[in-house]
Design a binder for this molecule. Structure first.
Ligand code: GTB
Length: 215
């Protein structure tokens, strides 16, 4: 059965692969599972039909027969559980890889988002200039630790896993921040992720949607 995911009809990132359907597309490409995409506008996301799939009126969602999922992490986990290639078979190694999935989404992503949001919505506020150095420092603190963990390794824990897939997509949110310039280890890690053929296919697919929407 071909799964159906939802994605932005017109992504605000102009096809740079930062919206969270990219994680799901990449996971599906890694395991070789074809998929269909239903594009939704911001207005459609808030309609009852979409909210029946996603309580918070967002993308991505994932439908496969009777199963409907939301939350990109849960969707990637589901794909990784059902197909070979994104989680090791050894139970302990698998648990470690899953731990990295959680680390990406609950330890690394939150400070990155906390730093991103004021830049979008609070630039004109009187506290903005005082607040940003603190938010920068929180991100750098986690990047220091992550970079140290990674060291000379290619991936977080042995072979490439769903943990790396999520971590790379999370770190990509910092691409235009300038912060990654101080983290060559993490830049190389991200580049390894972006060089994977499955990543490239997923990126091209989501970019094609944006390009079509502007033509
Ligand atoms: N925790 C959820 C998950 O991981 O699936 C979060 C889902 C989410 O934030 N979805 C966003 C959405 O639907 C799109 S990805 N937003 C519409 C809304 O809430 O009304 C977030 C996103 C949006 C835009 C950019 N960008 O322009 O760079 C990057 C990421």
């Amino acid at each position: 059965m071909t799964p159906i995911i939802t994605a932005f009809e017109r992504s605000p990132d102009r096809g740079k692969g930062l919206a969270r359907d990219m994680r799901v597309r990449w996971a599906l490409e890694e395991v070789g599972q074809p998929y269909d995409v239903r594009l939704v506008s911001f207005a459609e996301m808030k309609q009852p039909a979409h909210r029946a799939l996603h309580p918070f009126g967002q993308i991505p969602t994932y439908e496969e027969g009777d199963l409907a999922l939301f939350e990109s992490g849960s969707i990637v986990f589901h794909i990784a559980q059902r197909h070979a290639g994104l989680l090791p078979d050894d139970p302990n190694a698998r648990a470690r890889a899953i731990t990295w999935m959680f680390a990406a989404l609950s330890t690394i992503e939150p400070p990155i988002l906390e730093r991103t949001m004021p830049m979008i919505v609070e630039r004109d506020k009187p506290w903005y200039a005082d607040r940003m150095p603190m938010l920068d420092a929180r991100v750098r603190h986690r990047l220091d630790e992550l970079s140290k963990w990674l060291g000379d390794a290619n991936w977080l824990e042995g072979a490439f896993s769903a943990g790396d897939l999520l971590m790379v997509t999370v770190l990509l949110r910092l691409s235009t921040s300038g912060i990654l310039e101080d983290y060559p280890t993490l830049r190389a890690y991200i580049a390894r992720g972006e060089a994977r053929p499955a990543y490239k296919r997923a990126f091209e697919a989501q970019l094609a949607v944006f390009t079509a929407s502007t033509g």
